[in-house]
Design a binder for this molecule. Structure first.
Ligand code: ATP
Length: 453
């Protein structure tokens, strides 16, 4: 079988309605994509699988959904306004602009091969906004470039609402925006994307232990929940640590062009809570909204037993949801030779991740008796609340199977003339193409078993 390329995935995404180019009819917009009917389902299922593991399966992690637009000062004091940039170089010959640290050879233009390249300059990645009638065009807010900072500034709010002893965490899934110099790799590097990040607050002397715990737990999730074989995943420790980090490791997936980052696990020490505690105190005093230094809010933790007050360390797990979806689709994409010499394309997704859980297909189009039974089965399946169920009334069974193989539907239920005689239907499984007859009454149970694996 031919190697699967990212272009195969792009074509499937467009043809079957997973992902479209953003602003497509007006020529598109670099780094922005729109998710279609099956893309939204797959993204939602990945998000749910993450939330399930990170929040619902534990008693020490709370959820949060912070605003995507935020006060400029927050990003000034977090260090992003001054420091969140990529090294931009320009080719003097062809004018191409490139991110120096991602160039194939930093001494040669990626586009034309010329060696006449400018010195790198820091290129600010945050998207500034000027909001409110009084703004006069000056930047007074930013679209957040990550969810993490919007979690740190809510540390005390969450802890006041849900008192926890350390360690405890705050999980957040949401959009992030970066003015990437060269968006590429389809949804791998976008200007608007989605992150699923969790900040775990620990006692400073336990940071190494929890860093290892989360590093291993996150890798296990990629393997056990997303179903990616361990051979296509690896850890890559950061060679150069950010100034605030004590340890950092990426989880990488083997895409067609090689291994690339899909998630990072970082030991950020007390850098974030510490800088916001310091900064907001300065801010409040200089803005004269707080005349008493001691009454400013500290993003610190008081141990109820010992009375100690200190700034916790943070272990962060930071995943890109779009990159996870791309990896999952790439891993599931399978072209198979069939015994009859034909071939088929099938998306072998974990049933829990599949955009459509089951399709009900009457063998012939618009035959009222068949359609009635199919509609009843569809309604019974809807009642299970397991996700999207589709009824196909085109009468072209071969085409229906092909379509559902390509979008990864784990099971099709076919209603035919025998159904009218003995109240049985054909259950057709995606991966094996095995077909078996079962009673209509047994369909919901059988589908549930398939979805739950
Ligand atoms: P990169 O080195 O690829 O630019 P990063 O190290 O800056 O990524 P983080 O800031 O750690 O990434 O963000 C956490 C996760 O968010 C990444 O592992 C990735 O999955 C995702 N992510 C980051 N930038 C983008 C982007 N531009 N488009 C899509 N996903 C992204």
């Amino acid at each position: 079988m031919p190697a699967k390329t990212i272009n195969d995935i792009v074509a499937l995404c467009k043809r079957r309605g997973f992902i479209f180019t953003g602003s497509e009819i007006y020529g598109g917009l670099g780094g922005a994509y729109d998710y279609g009917p099956y893309g939204v389902e797959l993204m939602r299922n990945i998000r749910n699988a993450w939330w399930n593991a990170m929040v619902y399966s534990r008693n020490d992690v709370e959820g949060l959904d912070a605003a995507q637009i935020s006060n400029r000062l927050m990003w000034k004091y977090s260090g992003h306004e001054g420091g969140f940039s990529d090294p931009l170089v320009e080719c003097k010959k062809c004018g191409a602009r490139m991110r120096q640290d991602k160039m194939a050879d930093p001494t040669k233009c990626d586009n034309c091969g010329s060696t006449d390249i400018t010195e790198p300059r820091a290129y600010q990645l945050m998207m500034g906004l000027s909001i409110g009638a009084m703004a006069d065009g000056a930047i007074n807010a930013y679209l957040r470039p990550e969810t993490a900072t919007t979690t740190y500034v809510n540390f005390k709010n969450v802890l006041d609402a849900r008192p926890h002893k350390l360690p405890f965490g705050i999980a957040q899934i949401g959009k992030a925006f970066r003015n990437e110099i060269s968006p590429r790799g389809f949804v791998f590097r976008m200007r608007e994307f989605e992150q699923a990040e969790m900040q775990y607050f620990v006692r400073p002397d336990t940071d190494e232990q929890y860093f290892e715990m989360w590093r291993d737990a996150r890798m296990a999730w990629w393997i056990d929940v997303l179903g990616i074989p361990a051979a296509h995943l690896r850890f890559t420790p950061h060679e150069k640590l950010a100034h605030y980090a004590k340890a950092a490791v990426d989880i990488e997936y083997e895409f067609p062009d090689g291994f690339a980052e899909v998630e990072g696990i970082h030991n950020r020490q007390d850098f974030d809570l510490g800088s916001h505690t310091k900064a907001q105190n300065e801010f409040k005093i200089s803005a004269n909204v707080m005349d008493n230094k001691d009454s400013t809010v500290k993003l610190s933790y008081s141990d109820p037993q010992t009375g100690e007050n200190f700034i916790p360390y943070v272990i962060e797990t930071a995943m890109g949801v779009n990159r996870a979806m791309l990896a999952v689709m790439h891993n599931a994409y399978t072209e198979e030779e069939l015994p009859d010499g034909k071939s088929r394309l099938v998306l072998k997704l974990r049933p829990k991740l599949a955009p459509v859980k089951a399709a009900v297909i009457p063998l012939a189009r618009n035959v009222p008796e068949l359609l009635d039974i199919a509609t009843n089965i569809e309604n019974d399946l809807r009642r299970l609340a397991i996700g999207r169920i589709e009824l196909e009334n085109s009468g072209n069974i071969g085409k229906n199977y092909r379509r559902h193989d390509e979008i990864g539907t784990p099971v099709c239920i076919t209603v035919d003339h025998q159904t009218l005689e003995d109240a049985t239907v054909t259950l057709r499984l995606r991966d094996t193409m095995e077909q078996r007859r079962i009673k209509i009454d047994d369909v919901p149970r059988a589908v549930l078993d398939i979805i739950n694996g």
